[in-house]
Each structure stands twice: as structure tokens, then as C-alpha cells.
Ligand binder design. Structure first.
Ligand code: TMP
Length: 207
């Protein structure tokens, strides 16, 4: 059985991740590619409980290290329970956020060093890395304007614009350092335009 491909989707709040992941799902269904769609933090009952803690706006005393370790605790569970078995069964896994979000949010946003994050990445993932990472990219102010139209802000959504500027800069830096693994998708303009940019990246992966 050929191992499936592992595709992750990233971006700052408000870039249209949900809508575009639904598009990616339709793309693969039409291509008759067997997929497994999941998200982080979360993706299993235990990891979803950890997610609830991480996003809970009442957890005001959570330290940066606690946040980082909970992200990887959820990831260890999700990888072993869902992602690895799916890949081994030949499914293509599409994950709404993965370790690049840790580099961007806990690294860029919170200021934890990359080398610390890399230790946990190696520990939890061994040599597993995504085959393709789509970074939906939009000026932060625009994304926040879109995201602001939703319900009560979670623990991350409460952060100020400068935090998200650092998150965005980290994503762009990750892509710059390993351009073969990332596609930066310009998430501005009409849905049709954005989705034709995504389609191009997926067509490339399918050939
Ligand atoms: P979501 O709203 O896109 O589902 O993501 C939940 C939040 O978790 C989002 O604000 C980004 C944050 N996050 C991190 O800070 N680090 C991580 O490693 C992951 C996966 C998510």
C-alpha cells in the first residue's frame, strides 16, 4: 500500500480557512482521491478536550510553555490515533493547521525559540513532515476585520494585531526557508480567484 500524502492548511484568523478547506475537500472527492479531513489542535476526543483548554478565554494564567506542551500533547495523540493510521492505509490526510501553526503562534506570536519547538517536533513526529502546506495569506487587518464578524473571541482571538503580524511574518519566513514544501496562496480578492490559486497548487501535487 502506498503511503498517502499529508497536506496541511495554515493562515492567520480570518483568511477563509474553513471555506477553502471545503473547496479542497470537493477537489479531492471529484478527483476520486480517498481523503481524511481533520484539524489541530484536536481531531480525537482527547485532543479535542485539550483544544477546549487551549482556546478557553477563561484560562488567563496559562504559561507559554504550558500552551506549547499542550499543543504537542494534542498532536501526539492525534498523530498516533488518526493521522499515521490514515496515511498508512493510503488515505491523503488534509489537516486544518499543524506544526507550522506552532512555529507561527507559539514561536512568532509568543516568542518561544524555534530550537525548542524543533525538539518537540522531532520527538512527537519523528521524521514526519507535511508533503504540502498551503498558507492562506492576507494582510492581518483585513483578516481580523473578517474574523471579527464572528462570535465571542477565544484565547488566541483576543490577541492584538501586533501578535498576528508576528504570526503572519513567521508563516512567510517558514515558506521562504523551504519553498518546495509550501505554497503561499494570496487569499485576497473573490472566492473564485482564491480557489483557482488553490486549484493550481493541488493540480501540481496530483501530477
Ligand atoms: P482554528 O481557530 O483555526 O481552529 O485554530 C485554533 C487556534 O489555535 C488558532 O488561533 C491558532 C491556534 N494554534 C496554535 O496557536 N498553535 C498550534 O500549533 C495550532 C495547531 C493552533
Amino acid at each position: 500500500m502506498m503511503r498517502g500524502k499529508f497536506i496541511t492548511v495554515e493562515g492567520v484568523e480570518g483568511v477563509g480557512k474553513t471555506t477553502n478547506i471545503a473547496f479542497i475537500e470537493r477537489y479531492f472527492i471529484q478527483a476520486r482521491q480517498d481523503i481524511f479531513l481533520t484539524r489541530e489542535p484536536g481531531g480525537t476526543p482527547l485532543a479535542e478536550k485539550i483544544r477546549d483548554l487551549l482556546l478557553d478565554a477563561r484560562q488567563t494564567s496559562m504559561t507559554n510553555d504550558t500552551e506549547l506542551l499542550l499543543m504537542f500533547a494534542a498532536r501526539a495523540q492525534h498523530l498516533n490515533e488518526k493521522i499515521l493510521p490514515a496515511l498508512e492505509a493510503g488515505q491523503w490526510v488534509i489537516c486544518d493547521r499543524f506544526t507550522d501553526a506552532t512555529y507561527a503562534y507559539q514561536g512568532g506570536g509568543r516568542g518561544i525559540s524555534k530550537t525548542r519547538i524543533a525538539v518537540l517536533e522531532d520527538w512527537v513526529q519523528g521524521d514526519l513532515r507535511p508533503d504540502l502546506t498551503l498558507i492562506l495569506d492576507l494582510p492581518v487587518a483585513e483578516g481580523l476585520k473578517r474574523a471579527g464578524q464572528r462570535s465571542a473571541p477565544d484565547r488566541f482571538e483576543q490577541e492584538k494585531q501586533v501578535f498576528f503580524e508576528r504570526v503572519r511574518a513567521s508563516y512567510l519566513e517558514l515558506a521562504r526557508q523551504a519553498p518546495e514544501r509550501y505554497r503561499i496562496i494570496d487569499a485576497s480578492g473573490s472566492i473564485d480567484k482564491v480557489q483557482s490559486r488553490i486549484k493550481e497548487a493541488l493540480d501540481e501535487l496530483m501530477t
